[in-house]
Write a protein that binds this ligand. Structure first.
Ligand code: COS
Length: 380
């Protein structure tokens, strides 16, 4: 057993930390207020290799491992979870899905640009009536020989407005239930594919989330991913890796809020001393540090399982379940330590508290993670 990071991992973590401090921190409050995220920042993340972290360099990626991925995700999320969700979706759901299950033509045409940050991708599974119950897809993709015709609505799609490439899950044969579901690559601008207005959200407000409409959208057969009927398994397999990314995001939000709370508690004085010297605050810091470290261990273990080629369905679910709980609870504590200042935007922790909530919801709610974990435990 070895808990230490390699020199290369430390370099990667420090590069992400440096980027987050110098490029993401300035303007993070304004971006949250205005619900925007400039394309130039996405391009800069692409130039640093953050948009295709684990993708083979022959497809434009950085060829790094999953440990590097979670280190980068944690550092970006300490400062700006809106930036890190774009990174997570593009890496885990879009690039991973295409690299692992796409054809060589699909990789050449789409993955190379997505991994280098030249284009950006979205993953479209959720629907108005199919969030947790993901097999209940109402969106249809009817086989017309050399192409499919897609009709339906997708909800809460991260990168929904800014993407070039959309991976869309849809039902081809309802009689076959989940075995009749397919995944497709749909390009922005395809006739009949419309992007609805941006959602006005509680948190991760810099990242754009949209409803998408598909009205008789023609998609060539070569844009189907995998064999006919592979779509649901495709979604489940990619989401397992996505949950590692979101777990790392939750860890970063918690760790970022903790770092700010620790600093504040060493500066702010009450009753004649810095507030960290009061046991009421010191014990909060002890709990925060311990729980964040425990979350980090689960996140690292899930990433390590992926790097080792082990099954990571359960370890990613456990990491997401626990890290998101820690993020929610510890950002509330960080606000509390900041007192009245915690309620004010310029101290950042109120944004982190708002950003934390989504980590218990997207890419499988905490309740869904418990389904995955309990089934694994019972199966043995
Ligand atoms: N990897 C590969 N295959 C998987 C899988 C995984 N991680 N999880 C499930 N499957 C397969 C099952 O093996 C089954 O296939 P077979 O019938 O060939 O054995 C199929 O998928 C259906 O699985 P299951 O019967 O378990 O489906 P359920 O309807 O019970 O749902 C859960 C399973 C709840 C785990 C799934 O619907 C889920 O993850 N829901 C949440 C989706 C989500 O994360 N939504 C957020 C959208 S992205 S922001």
């Amino acid at each position: 057993m070895d808990f230490s990071l390699t020199e290369e991992h430390i370099m990667i973590r420090d590069a992400a930390r440096d980027f987050a401090q110098t490029e993401l921190l300035p303007g993070v409050i304004e971006r949250d207020n205005a619900q925007t995220f400039p394309d130039e920042l996405v391009k800069k993340m692409g130039a640093l290799g953050f948009m295709g972290i684990m993708v083979d360099p022959k497809y434009g990626g950085s060829g790094m491992d999953a440990i590097s991925y979670v280190l980068i995700m944690e550092e970006l999320s300490k400062i700006d979870a809106s930036a890190s969700v774009m990174v997570s979706v593009n890496n885990s759901l879009v690039c991973y899905g295409l690299e692992t299950y796409g054809t060589e033509e699909q990789k050449q045409k789409y993955l190379t640009k997505l991994a280098s940050g030249e284009s950006i991708g979205a993953f479209c599974l959720s629907e108005p009536e199919a969030g947790s119950d993901a097999t209940s897809q109402k969106t249809t993709a009817i086989d017309k020989g050399d192409h499919y015709v897609i009709n339906g609505t997708k909800n809460w799609i991260t990168n929904g407005g800014r993407s070039d490439v959309y991976l869309v899950i849809a039902q081809t044969d309802r009689d076959k239930a989940h075995k009749g579901i397919n995944a497709f690559i749909v390009e922005k601008g395809t006739p009949g594919f419309d992007i609805g207005p941006k959602e006005d959200k509680l948190g991760i407000r810099g990242s754009d989330t949209h409803t998408l409409q598909f009205n008789d959208v023609k998609v060539p057969k070569e844009n189907r991913i995998g064999e006919d009927g592979f779509g649901f398994k495709f979604a489940m397999k990619t989401l397992s890796g996505g949950r590692i990314g979101i777990a790392a995001q939750a860890l970063g939000i918690a760790a970022g809020a903790y770092e700010l709370a620790l600093k504040y508690s060493k500066e702010r004085k009450a009753f004649g001393t810095e507030i960290c010297n009061h046991q009421a605050i010191a014990f909060k810091l002890a709990d925060m540090y311990t729980e964040i470290e425990a979350a980090r261990m689960l996140v690292m273990k899930a990433a390590w399982d992926k790097d080792q080629g082990n099954n990571y369905d359960m370890s990613s679910a456990m990491a997401k379940l626990y890290a998101s709980k820690v993020a929610m609870e510890q950002t509330v504590e960080a606000v509390q330590i900041h007192g009245g200042n915690g309620f004010v935007k310029e101290y950042h922790v109120e944004r982190m508290m708002r950003d934390a909530k989504i980590t218990q919801i997207y890419e499988g709610t905490s309740e869904i993670q418990k389904i995955v974990i309990s089934r694994g435990v019972i199966k043995g």
